[in-house]
Design a protein around this ligand. Structure first.
Ligand code: AMP
Length: 134
């Protein structure tokens, strides 16, 4: 059982900001910036692609509202939504969660971004195989 499943079950306390039938949002215990919020589906799944449509929709419905609340509480006008899947992608807790991380001066998420160029042939291949997978 992950720490987030235990929080959802009420076995471990959290600083709860929001809860409904499908979603729980609470403050991150190791905030990257002030107001760093975690938004978690109650469904027990490790990674985003495993989530039911119902959980996914429930998260999508409240994320913008929660982002507005984070902005209002912190005064931030910029923020990042971060959602890690897999240890190689920096996921530490293996229960789906979205981070809402306000950008407050130099505090907030640092992003390493190394853009390449999109090859046209590869783009056609990718579009075909992604569309076949949908
Ligand atoms: P990730 O690397 O995306 O898996 O992030 C996991 C996040 O969970 C980190 O930002 C941790 O600070 C946070 N975290 C771990 N345990 C707790 C807890 N008990 N309450 C709140 N946040 C937690």
């Amino acid at each position: 059982m992950t720490i987030f499943a235990r929080i959802i079950a009420g076995e471990i306390p959290c600083h709860r900001v929001y809860e409904d039938a499908h979603v729980l949002a609470f403050l991150d215990i190791g905030p990257v910036s002030d107001g760093h919020l975690l938004v978690v589906p109650k469904e027990t799944k490790a990674q985003l692609h495993e989530l039911s449509d119902e959980s996914a929709a429930a998260i999508g419905r409240v994320l913008p509202r929660l982002a507005r609340a984070v902005m209002q509480a912190t005064g931030a006008t910029a923020y990042n939504i971060l959602q890690n899947n897999g240890a190689a992608a920096h996921q530490a807790v293996m229960h789906v969660h979205f981070h809402i991380i306000p950008k407050l001066g130099s505090a907030g998420l640092g992003v390493g971004w190394n853009p390449g160029t999109l090859d046209a042939a590869r783009a056609r291949e990718l579009v075909a195989s992604m569309q076949a997978a949908l």
